[in-house]
Design a protein around this ligand. Structure first.
Ligand code: ADP
Ligand code: ZN
Length: 606
């Protein structure tokens, strides 16, 4: 077996340390560029394989690779994973005892570290800077580089000072990495980190293994349960809700339904939050129900679904949140239930905020883009990618609209009736009441208001209530109706309503599917999907769980699900065959090969 610490070729390291046969597309070019001493700005989607881009050059070049990482939990997992592969890695952060710090410093001085992870504030302290002056540095990697962006939601002021690295160590290559897609953020990163001359490596932002689905909200919880029952019993996933209360209630309800669900929101104590995050990372099959406070830096590779019970405020937020699913490249779901009330609530939140008008207009545009995405009848992925400046020519075949093209219907007449009824009732009511009038409901409220005598009373009795709600939702989403700010969801006409009322424009609307394509899973699933179930899979998972627990690390640090799935599919019987599995390097072969082979043998004997 080769010594992992002797200088070697990148491909050798890829194979022997990390257990992979080939680089993915831009990885090799990035690695070569850094090995040769160049600076780089790397933009790659989540799950694209950013870590290897700096880990391998750090192993090839003499000295220690210094990695700036914003989150302690993230650092710990990366370090644990590297150690499993036989790489000498450590993390410097505020949670360490002085004794541990001294130990790491001594290893560093003695040249016994390949990679050092540091929190930015720690790195910028005089003690660390002086320490780094004493040692040879292979490269600097600045992970989650978008934290330098003052306009982004992950802004970290300490990141602004990282330009100092280039000034203090001009000869050391630097690489900044992020999954954030938009061009202004890219420019900001290059500028603020002094990486204007760095070579840019930009990959596409597609996440082909994620299946996007949006369902019309009827009974959100029941729909969520049906979705989970169909595809995700026992899987780890994230359910996003807008409010703390809804987070608590949904988590409690899911527990009653037999899911291992835990809440996570900013109103909980830090201790409790950590506990729940830890359970999510370390145990299998935990569902986190969370507000958007949860997720940044969540590196868990086998998150099998992200579900939204409330609408995100923008397509960027949606893409980032759903992007936490399926980092390991295996099939994953992004599922969302969305209804009229979501549109109303978010419109009110934007309208009613204290922001100035320019900001409000911007937020309204973002919300409109998000609503447009929800109401799409074409390929969702094409629209998402176009939003981020890419231009995919073919529909994806892995979103709900591709799998089961939605029907559209000629709603010109229905839209006219709806708008006219809003007008006749005086633009003083919400959708519920207007629909009652349209349908000719014989209620005290309708009669009391005299609305049973309006010309629009009962003109829509031939259409069912779900369809009317769908019509109103789409009219509000597309701006043909406006919602009041005060909170009752009162609807009024807009400039855009007039031509519709006059019958001058034809309106075609999406017909909501009664049931989402829950069974569609089999169609575009990769070959190993079927391997992630059954007795051998469970036995391998159980074995991995035991190994992980005894070492106090998350299971995916031992082997990823992708490796386990291949194990179950190929059933290797020799160490040589085991070594060929993706994700099995020399060290893991030596440590775990025999014991996993034993599990496979036992299974074969049964
Ligand atoms: P990112 O940081 O870009 O989100 P990671 O570095 O965590 O992505 O990598 C995502 C997954 O892809 C990991 O499971 C990693 O082991 C795997 N991976 C990375 N590069 C390769 C490769 N060349 N071949 C096979 N798997 C890879
Ligand atoms: Zn599609």
């Amino acid at each position: 077996m080769r010594d992992a610490h002797a200088p070697a070729e990148p491909r050798e390291i890829l194979r022997h340390v990390f257990g992979y046969d080939a680089f993915r597309d831009p990885q090799e070019a990035i690695v070569d560029h850094l090995v040769a001493g160049g600076d780089a700005l790397v933009l790659m989607p989540t799950g694209g394989g950013k870590s290897l881009c700096y880990q391998i050059p750090a192993l090839v070049r003499p000295g220690v690779g210094v990695v700036v990482s914003p989150l302690i939990a993230l650092m710990h997992d990366q370090v644990a994973a590297l150690r499993q592969a036989g790489v000498r890695a450590a993390a410097l952060n505020s949670t360490l005892e002085l004794e541990e710090v001294r130990e790491i410093e001594a290893s560093l001085r003695a040249g016994r570290l390949d990679l050092l992870y540091v929190a930015p504030e720690r790195l910028l302290g005089e003690r660390t800077l002086a320490l780094l002056d004493e040692v040879r540095i292979a490269l600097f990697a600045i992970d989650e580089a978008h934290c330098v962006s003052q306009w982004g939601h992950d802004f970290r002021p300490e990141y602004l000072q990282l330009a100092v690295l280039g000034e203090r160590w001009p000869g050391v290559p630097r690489v900044a990495l992020t999954a954030t897609a938009d061009e202004p953020t890219r420019r900001e990163i290059a500028e603020r980190l002094g990486l204007g001359d760095a070579r840019r490596f930009v990959s596409g932002f597609d996440r082909p293994n994620i299946r996007y689905r949006v369902v019309a909200k009827r009974s959100a919880r029941e729909q969520l349960r049906a979705f989970l029952d169909a595809d995700h019993r026992g899987d780890a996933g994230i359910v996003y809700c807008l409010s703390r209360r809804k987070v608590e209630e949904t988590a409690a309800w899911l527990r009653q339904q037999g899911f291992d669900a835990l809440p996570y929101h900013a109103g909980m104590s830090a201790e409790e939050r950590n506990l729940h995050q830890d359970a999510f990372l370390r145990e299998e099959g935990v569902v986190i129900v969370a507000t958007i406070a949860f997720g940044m830096g969540i590196d868990k590779p086998n998150v099998r679904f992200v579900a939204h019970l409330d609408l995100p405020k923008s397509v960027e937020a949606y893409y980032q949140e759903t992007g936490r699913a399926g980092r390991d490249g295996l099939p994953a779901d992004a599922w969302m239930a969305y209804g009229l009330q979501d549109v109303i609530t978010l419109r009110q939140m934007v309208e009613g905020s204290d922001a100035d008008d320019a900001r409000k207009r911007l937020e309204m545009r973002k919300l409109d883009a998000m609503l447009g995405y929800c109401e799409l009848t074409g390929c969702r992925r094409q629209t998402l990618l176009r939003y981020f400046g890419e231009n995919p020519t073919e529909p994806c075949g892995n979103c709900d609209n591709c799998l089961e093209p939605p029907q559209v219907w000629d709603a010109t007449e229905a839209a006219r009736k709806a708008l006219s009824c809003v007008w006749r009732t005086g633009q003083r009511f919400g959708a519920g009441h207007v629909i009652d009038v349209l349908m000719g409901k014989d209620s005290e409220r309708v009669r009391g208001l005299g609305h049973d005598r309006l010309s629009t009373f009962a003109i829509g009795a031939d259409v069912d209530v779900a369809t009317w709600r769908s019509v109103f939702r789409q009219l509000v989403a597309r701006g043909f109706l406006a919602v009041d700010v005060e909170g009752y969801g009162t609807l009024r006409l807009t400039e855009e309503s007039r031509p519709v009322l006059r019958g001058e424009v034809a309106m075609s609307l999406r017909r909501d599917a009664i049931r989402g394509p829950a069974r569609a899973r089999s169609r575009a699933a990769p070959a190993d999907d079927g391997m992630r179930s059954g007795p051998l899979w469970e036995a391998l998972r159980e074995h991995r769980r035991g190994l992980a627990a005894s070492q106090g690390v998350p299971p995916y640090v031992i082997f990823h699900d992708a490796t386990l799935a291949q194990m179950a599919a190929q059933c290797p019987t020799t160490l040589a065959a085991f070594a060929d599995l993706p994700g099995v390097g020399d060290k893991k072969l030596e440590r775990y090969g025999e014991s996993f082979l034993a599990v496979i043998r036992e299974h074969a004997a049964d």
